[in-house]
Design a protein around this ligand. Structure first.
Ligand SMILES: NC(=O)c1ccc[n+]([C@@H]2O[C@H](COP(=O)([O-])OP(=O)(O)OC[C@H]3O[C@@H](n4cnc5c(N)ncnc54)[C@H](OP(=O)(O)O)[C@@H]3O)[C@@H](O)[C@H]2O)c1
Length: 312
């Protein structure tokens, strides 16, 4: 049976595209190309020079142009897509071209987040609509191409620091002020993956492409609760923190306000409300189905966040 060899990464210069590219390259198993926009070929030149120095081929192309994409797919057997949120729908054209380009055999769409088909309420979430359209397109139109979805839950690195819109009702940890706002009563479980681990787990999924045919793969670095995270922050800073709580109802109210004001942080609030409602938890994670990966610990994530916040 053939396995992925020649991979094209789309969105490789982005937030999650970078660790994904690093991890795929670190396996030594693949020949990598990345497709990048002409704007990024100028604005992200240092990143691209670094990738080129590692032997990664840089293809400057317009991701919306069918002609450019058909050309970029030549000689490629695997597409890994890490397009940012505004570009999720562009994947429908990419999938259509991949399906009819016979040398392309596998496609990992840009997911790497919350499970958009977690339960029956997921279909109404505003943040899920574009990814749901992509999955629908795959179900209805893709017959030959092998599509794999990697669901990771929230990124541990951003989850613990971010306060959506600067509003404490969104929850978060502040290592300078030594204050925290915990979601719910602080004991709800949340499943987190560090960005480095998203890259490693994606590379592991590409190394074992036969896994994930029937359903999305749900992976994580660790499962924790807001209270456990707080305890780790307090331990590492050697101080008792001032704690407030934000209920899911308060998060919903803030979310409504942000959507009414058309604030870009509204989507972040939706995701945090979903995470705080326990909808990133799986009965069983799928890490064990993939080649073993050394994962980031909660202790490491908290240490990195304290370092980042106190350096600012
Ligand atoms: N789990 C979480 O907590 C979490 C957090 C953030 C993101 N995510 C998910 O991760 C995936 C990637 O998101 P990201 O934040 O890493 O992406 P990003 O940094 O915003 O963008 C990734 C890259 O996509 C390329 N791109 C080209 N055309 C685009 C378009 N029209 N719109 C958007 N991007 C375009 C750009 O690369 P070039 O210019 O080089 O072509 C850009 O660097 C998404 O599916 C997102 O939902 C998950």
């Amino acid at each position: 049976m053939s396995t992925p060899k020649h991979i094209l990464i789309i969105g490789a210069t982005g937030l999650i595209g970078q660790p994904i590219t690093t991890s795929l390259q670190a396996t030594g198993d693949f020949s990598l190309s990345i497709l990048t926009s002409s704007a990024s070929s100028v604005s992200k030149k240092p990143i691209l020079d670094n990738l080129a120095a590692q032997g990664i081929k840089i293809v400057v192309a317009d991701v919306t142009s069918a002609t450019d994409i058909e050309r970029a797919f030549q000689g490629i057997d695997t597409i890994v897509c890490a397009l940012g949120r505004p570009g999720i729908d562009l994947q429908i054209q990419l999938l259509e071209i991949a399906e009819r380009t016979l040398n392309v055999k596998w496609f990992w769409p840009s997911e790497f987040g919350t499970d958009i088909e977690y339960d029956e309420t997921s279909r109404d979430e505003p943040t899920h609509q574009a990814k749901l359209r992509v999955r629908k397109y795959v179900r209805e139109n893709v017959k030959r191409l092998q599509v794999r979805y990697l669901v990771t839950g929230p990124y541990a690195d951003t989850f613990i620091g971010l306060k959506a819109g600067g509003d404490l009702r969104a929850g978060g940890y502040d290592a300078v002020a030594k204050t925290a706002t915990l979601e719910g009563d602080g004991s709800g479980k949340v499943s987190l993956t560090s960005m480095v681990d998203v890259g490693k787990l994606l590379a592991a999924s590409v190394q074992r492409p036969e896994v994930g045919k029937e359903r999305p793969l749900r992976v994580n670095s660790f499962t924790t609760t807001p209270k456990e995270l707080l305890a780790e922050f307090e331990k590492q800073t050697g101080a008792k923190w001032e704690v407030t709580y934000t209920s899911v109802e308060e998060m919903k109210a803030l979310e409504k306000e942000l959507y009414a004001e058309k604030k870009p942080m509204a989507g972040a609030l939706t995701l945090r409300r979903i995470w705080a409602s326990g909808r990133t938890l799986y009965e069983k994670r799928d890490n064990e189905l993939l080649p073993p990966v050394e994962l980031t610990t909660q202790e490491e994530i908290v240490a990195a966040m304290i370092k980042k916040q106190t350096a600012q």
